[in-house]
Design a protein around this ligand. Structure first.
Ligand code: C2E
Ligand code: CA
Ligand code: CA
Ligand code: CA
Length: 274
């Protein structure tokens, strides 16, 4: 009994310190959002599978804190979602990315959007404001929404996405293959793009089931008029497989990791800022 009790004490101590850590992260993030200090937006190119030409970039949030160090996005995004800070963070990223990429005509900008942001009915207007403020046409913006978020979308979210779509904003289903969405849903929502989750992409050249999934998604995309992207491409073998499987665009360390804003020009190569 005594040992059990000790275990229990240890357990709550660990829980307390985990909660304290979380609270610490929350406060630090709140401060970063207030001052803008330590927050950055990095950009990873997406290339056309056919010829390797850069066609767009994905904005990825980065945060470095003086004491916490560099905090992984999955960690601070989760805290932001739980605390409601994701609205402010998401708006900051969107404005930052659109402002930075606006001069590069012909390049699209993909921005990740959390399911929590889609529950705010002011979201669409915020997006239109951001586009207007930097003079970027709506068709150059892609909102990446995870398949899981879409599967669980309520009627209000579906209306919101349709409103964005009608204005020309493109919708891309992120982490596709992990969320069990249906064909009907893809058609109903009129999405433009699916991004095959990197777990399938990385296994595809060697594992038959992953290869079958990639080929099936790619055929599905062609049949529904969707563009298909493979993310997490790391090897030449994967690139060759994915191109032959019919993927339209590729993204991954093989081409480039996400780069700081001052390296955008070098990554975009042929594109000169207008
Ligand atoms: P994601 O949207 O699936 O983004 C792709 C992640 O894969 C990024 O990690 C990227 O750096 C990484 N990646 C890219 N190429 C490769 C590759 O070849 N191999 C491997 N192993 N990884 C690759 P990152 O930047 O750590 O972001 C992780 C996740 O955090 C993102 O996954 C996204 O869900 C979330 N996230 C990042 N920035 C934002 C943001 O501004 N807003 C929201 N809501 N979520 C964000
Ligand atoms: Ca993404
Ligand atoms: Ca993804
Ligand atoms: Ca992923």
């Amino acid at each position: 009994a005594k040992r059990g009790r000790n275990r229990y004490v240890v357990y709550t101590d660990e829980l307390d310190s985990a909660l304290a850590h979380r609270r610490g992260v929350e406060l630090a993030l709140r401060e970063a959002l207030r001052t803008g200090e330590g927050l950055a937006c990095h950009y990873q190119p997406l290339v056309r599978a056919a010829d390797g030409k850069v066609v767009g970039v994905e904005a990825l949030a980065r945060w470095t804190h003086p004491r916490l160090g560099s905090v992984p996005p999955v960690q601070f995004i989760a805290v932001a979602e739980e605390t409601g800070l994701i609205g402010t963070l998401g708006e900051w990223i969107l404005r930052e990315a659109c402002t930075r990429l606006a001069p590069f005509e012909g390049v699209f900008v993909a921005v990740n959007v959390s399911a929590v942001q889609l529950r705010d009915d002011r979201f669409a207007d915020m997006v239109f404001d951001a586009l207007a403020a930097c003079g970027m046409p709506a068709r150059r913006l892609e909102l990446e929404i995870t398949e899981t978020a879409i599967v669980n979308a309520d009627a209000a979210t579906v209306r919101l996405l349709k409103r964005l779509r009608r204005a020309g904003v493109r919708i891309s289903l992120d982490d596709f293959g992990t969320g069990y969405s249906s064909l009907t849903l893809l058609k109903d929502l009129d999405v433009d793009k699916v991004k095959i989750d990197r777990s399938f992409v990385q296994m595809a050249p060697t594992a038959d089931d992953s290869a079958a999934i990639v080929r099936a998604v790619s055929n599905l995309g062609a049949a529904l008029g969707l563009r298909v992207v493979a993310e997490g491409v790391e090897t030449e073998q994967q690139r060759v497989f994915l191109r032959e499987a019919g993927c339209d665009e590729l993204q991954g360390y093989l081409f480039s990791e996400a780069v700081t804003e001052d390296r955008i020009e070098s990554v975009l190569g042929g594109f000169a800022a207008a």
